[in-house]
Design a protein around this ligand. Structure first.
Ligand SMILES: Nc1nc2c(ncn2[C@@H]2O[C@H](COP(=O)(O)OP(=O)(O)OP(=O)(O)O)[C@@H](O)[C@H]2O)c(=O)[nH]1
Ligand SMILES: [Mg+2]
Ligand SMILES: [Zn+2]
Length: 299
């Protein structure tokens, strides 16, 4: 039998869970796989979202071996997911409280993929309509049109679904405890994903989701739930940084800076404005990049 194509939907320890594009008769759609030793020797890592080819299928045990990995069309570094088509950054308005620097770190990581980035503001039931409006305006200034969600009241869930249906692989990422799994449960109750409480003074999450996993919404459309973490790394190329801020990108499009390799830090003659909310974060990030030649690891 020739190699069967499929998608890696989960990783657990040394096993890959692969969903076949189409299961020939008598073969289960989902198979637990190991990697061909040759792949290990080549150092070819396999990630969730990867398109793979399977051989040595054992239909009875629902097992197979991954013999090849296709080149990736995109890559989200943390959490690691291949062939992503849209990144959804989930941030809570409260419990855990909204931390603008942390929010920006997640957004920068998402922007580095070069894909469309959607900001999800979760737990909107915890704030008033006026406060919701303030968030809309504030994040609009960051260049985002946030989708306001509540898994408790169901607000925004159908808009989220509509958004997910537009593209083949959306990844929901964000800090622990913001309600990523809760939102997916509300959207697809049959998933019954494990949900954890938030605790402590900072109302942090408890890292309830442990692995990246892809779930089918409809045929050809998947969404990834991911483990929350609290401090994404900053990008390491200062020249790349400006383009990761949509509000700065927009400025540069309207009034391109006259200088080549300008870092837009208020140099005389640089046309970039300084009166935008995240400007100080932008400057601090540039400084942090200059100060650390080695990228730091978050938690
Ligand atoms: N008030 C309110 N609480 C929510 C909402 N969504 C989730 N929660 C609560 O927030 C806590 C964390 O929810 P999870 O869905 O486990 O959060 P998560 O982002 O998946 O967390 P990790 O898996 O640790 O990354 C749970 O106690 C949920 O009941 C919401 O819309 N409103
Ligand atoms: Mg979770
Ligand atoms: Zn400039």
């Amino acid at each position: 039998m020739s190699a069967l194509p499929g998608t890696v939907v989960a990783l657990q320890a040394n096993y890959l869970e692969v969903e076949l594009d189409a299961a020939p008769r008598g073969i289960p759609r989902r198979l637990l796989c190991t990697r061909r030793t040759r792949l290990n020797h080549q150092g070819a890592a396999v990630y969730v979202g990867d398109r793979v080819h399977l051989e040595a299928v054992d239909a009875q045990q629902a097992r197979a071996v991954v013999s090849g990995v296709d080149p990736r069309s995109s890559w989200l570094s943390r959490p690691p997911v291949a062939n992503v088509t849209s990144v959804l950054v989930a941030l809570a308005v409260d419990q855990p409280n909204f931390d603008p620097d942390q929010a920006s770190r997640f957004l920068l990581t998402a922007e580095r993929t070069g894909l469309s980035v959607q900001l999800l503001l979760t737990k909107c039931d915890l704030i008033s309509c006026e406060q919701q409006e303030e968030y809309r305006v504030r994040l609009g200034g960051w260049g985002y049109e946030p989708l306001l969600l509540s898994s408790q009241t169901g607000e925004g869930i159908s808009a989220l679904k509509e958004r997910l249906l537009r593209t083949s692989l959306s990844v929901v990422c964000g800090p622990s405890g913001v309600g990523k799994s809760s939102a997916l449960n509300r959207l697809m109750p049959q998933l019954s994903l494990r949900v954890g409480s938030v605790s402590g003074r900072l109302q942090r999450g408890r890292h309830t989701t442990r692995h990246v996993e892809l779930f089918p919404l409809v045929d050809g459309v998947r969404v990834a739930d991911t483990p929350g973490f609290n401090r994404p790394d900053l990008p390491d190329d200062p020249r790349e940084l400006a383009l990761l801020f949509p509000e700065l990108r927009q400025q540069l499009q309207e009034w391109p800076c006259r200088f080549r390799d300008c870092l837009h830090r208020g140099e005389p003659g640089c046309g970039v404005q300084t009166d935008w909310e995240r400007y100080s974060f932008y400057l601090r990030t540039l400084e942090a990049m200059a100060g650390s030649s080695r990228p730091s690891r978050g938690d």
